[in-house]
Write a protein that binds this ligand. Sequence first.
Ligand code: FMN
Length: 186
Amino acid sequence: MMDVLEAIRNRRSTRDFAAEVPSRQAIEALICLATEAPSAANRQFWSFCVVSDQALLDRISQAAKTYMTRFRPVDLPENLYEKLADPAFHIFYHAPVLILISAKKNAPWKAEDCALAAQNLMLGAVASNFGTCWIGLCQPFLDTPEGRALIGISDDETPIAPIAMGRPASQSDYVVRKQPQIRWIT
Ligand SMILES: Cc1cc2nc3c(=O)[nH]c(=O)nc-3n(C[C@H](O)[C@H](O)[C@H](O)COP(=O)(O)O)c2cc1C
């Protein structure tokens, strides 16, 4: 069994997936790990939606790209907007599965809770030889009435962490980290 330090060091975002669809059991196991994350006041205001319908993922990819390039809802480097405008770019990198973690709309610290659940899920995936990539680029679209309707996100929920997952088809490059800025107050 891989230890947590190894999982942290080995986790890299996967952007090249094999077609194999992970089993329901494997996905459920990762979601169980996600729910072991801490949450504010232990309220666990998160919910999970698993999409493996490829036609639907293609549709969301297309619609999210159109939404992002038309409305530019977030400040991104120009090269990312160019990528989003490229017809060949698939926002989920053709991953066989998308796991969307959503939160109760009015939950305090909902982003923190869901991000912690997502990190547990991504580290658990490493230990089971799965790859993941957080797809923030689809989140603004999923939060529109059209996006919500496509996967049935209820009115009292906010989509927070869309995680593409599957077996990696190749090894991801290491992305160099900056030196952490640390202020020691003693
Ligand atoms: C909130 C968030 C949103 C992200 N959105 C995307 C995305 O839309 N597409 C993508 O390819 N990677 C996305 N990533 C992955 C980052 O690009 C990646 O974590 C970073 O480059 C470091 O690389 P590593 O995960 O391989 O260590 C996102 C990561 C986070 C935390």
